[in-house]
Design a binder for this molecule. Structure first.
Ligand code: 1DF
Ligand code: MN
Length: 347
C-alpha cells in the first residue's frame, strides 16, 4: 500500500536498456578477446543468469511501457529520471559506441514523448569519441528534451580528469546540465581483489571505483577549470561525505608538502567542491542516518531521492524514506523540490 504524501516522488537514477545494446553486450561476452573481468561478471549475470533477480532485472530494463508504469504506480513513484544502464555504451569501441548512443537516446526520447508526466531522460554518450559525444549532448538536450548527461564512470579504464575528455566537460558546463556519474565495475587494473572476493559489483566495487573517480575529478582541478559544472553521484555520495574531514586534511597536507610534483593546489578545499559542484542521490541507500548525514554535511538542497529501478525495486523502501523523521520541508526538497530544480523539470 502506497502512503499518501504531499509531495511528488521523483526518482533520479532509474535504468533502462535497448535490445541493440544488450545484443552488443552478449557479443562482447562471447568474444574471448574482450578482456574486462568486471563487464563479464556484471553482464554475464544480468545477461544470462536464470535466478529470479537476474531475470526480473533483465526484463524490467528492456521495458519502457506498461510494466514500468505499473511498477512505479505500485511503489508510489510519480516520475523517473531514466538513463541507459551501466556501463552504457562505454565498453564499445568509439564508432560503435556513438552509433548505439544515438539509437538508445532516440528510443528513450520516444518513451518520454509517450509518458511525458512520468519519464525524463538523460543523454548517454561515448566519452571516448569526444567530438560525437559533444554533438550528441547538444542534440539530446536541445532537440530530445533530456535534462542531464549520464556517464558510467571510467571509460575503458580512463577517467574524466584526463585531458581527452575536456570537450565533454566544457559542453556540459556550456549546456548548463549536470553529469550523472553513475557507477560501473572497476577496470581491469583495479578489479582483482574485488572479484576474488565477489565484491566487484554494486555491493562495494561500484562505490569504491566511482568514489575514486569523483575524487579524481575534484583533485584534478576540473571544477577550478569549470566552476559552473555540476555532477551528480548516487549511493549517498559513494561514501565521500563520510570521508570529508579527512579528505580536506590529507589532500591539503599532501599538496603543501609537494609530495607529488603533478599535484597542484586547488582554489578551495575538497569539501568546497562537494558542496558547490556535486549533488548526491540516495540510490540504494533508503536509510535515514546516511541521508541525514549527507544533508547535514553537503546541504539539504543537494540531496535527492533515487530508487535505482530495477536493480533495487523494493517498494517498502519508499515508505522508509516517507517515514524519515526530518523536517517536512527537507523531505519535500529531497523527493520533489531538488529533483525539479536540478533537472529543470517542466512537469
Ligand atoms: C547494479 C546496481 C547494477 C546498480 C547497476 O547497473 C546499477 C547491481 C548495471 O546491483 O548489479 O545501476 N546501482 O546503481 O546500484
Ligand atoms: Mn544505478
Amino acid at each position: 500500500m502506497v502512503n499518501k504524501v504531499n509531495y511528488l516522488r521523483i526518482a533520479t537514477e532509474e535504468a533502462f536498456l535497448t535490445q541493440d545494446v544488450l545484443k552488443g553486450y552478449m557479443r562482447l561476452l562471447d568474444d574471448a578477446s574482450f578482456q574486462d573481468p568486471g563487464f563479464r561478471s556484471l553482464w554475464g549475470f544480468y545477461g544470462k543468469h536464470q535466478s529470479p533477480r537476474a531475470k526480473f532485472i533483465h526484463e524490467s530494463l528492456l521495458d519502457l511501457g506498461a510494466k514500468r508504469i505499473a511498477d512505479m504506480d505500485a511503489s508510489g513513484i510519480d516520475h523517473q529520471i531514466i538513463a541507459l544502464t551501466a556501463p552504457g555504451v562505454q565498453v564499445f569501441q568509439p564508432a560503435e559506441a556513438s552509433a548505439l548512443a544515438v539509437d538508445a537516446n532516440d528510443q528513450l526520447a520516444e518513451a518520454c514523448r509517450r509518458y511525458p508526466t512520468r519519464y525524463t531522460g538523460m543523454v548517454c554518450v561515448a566519452p571516448h569519441d569526444p567530438d560525437n559525444a559533444v554533438k550528441e549532448m547538444e542534440r539530446g538536450i536541445k532537440k530530445l528534451g533530456f535534462k542531464a548527461v549520464i556517464i558510467n564512470s571510467h571509460t575503458l579504464g580512463h577517467y574524466l580528469d584526463e585531458p581527452q575528455f575536456e570537450p565533454v566537460l566544457a559542453a556540459a558546463e556550456a549546456l548548463n546540465v549536470p553529469i550523472y556519474l553513475h557507477p560501473q565495475t572497476p577496470p581491469p587494473s583495479m578489479i582483482k581483489p574485488f572479484l576474488d572476493a565477489g565484491l566487484d559489483g554494486a555491493v562495494f566495487g561500484f562505490g569504491s571505483e566511482t568514489g575514486l573517480h569523483m575524487l579524481r575529478i575534484i583533485t584534478g582541478g576540473v571544477f577550478d577549470r569549470h566552476p559552473k559544472l555540476q555532477f551528480i553521484i548516487g549511493h549517498a555520495g559513494e561514501a565521500l561525505p563520510f570521508w570529508l574531514y579527512r579528505l580536506d586534511y590529507m589532500h591539503g597536507a599532501t599538496v603543501r608538502s609537494q609530495r607529488y610534483p603533478f599535484m597542484k593546489p586547488l582554489k578551495h578545499p575538497v569539501s568546497h567542491y562537494l558542496r558547490n559542484n556535486v549533488y548526491i542521490t540516495n540510490s540504494g541507500v533508503a536509510w535515514q542516518p546516511a541521508i541525514e548525514f549527507c544533508q547535514k554535511v553537503i546541504g539539504v538542497d543537494r540531496v535527492l531521492y533515487a530508487m535505482d529501478y530495477p536493480y533495487q525495486y523494493v517498494p517498502e523502501e519508499v515508505g522508509f524514506c516517507d517515514a524519515m523523521t526530518i523536517p517536512d520541508a527537507d523531505k519535500k526538497a529531497f523527493f520533489e523540490g531538488n529533483p525539479r530544480r536540478v533537472f529543470k523539470l517542466d512537469i
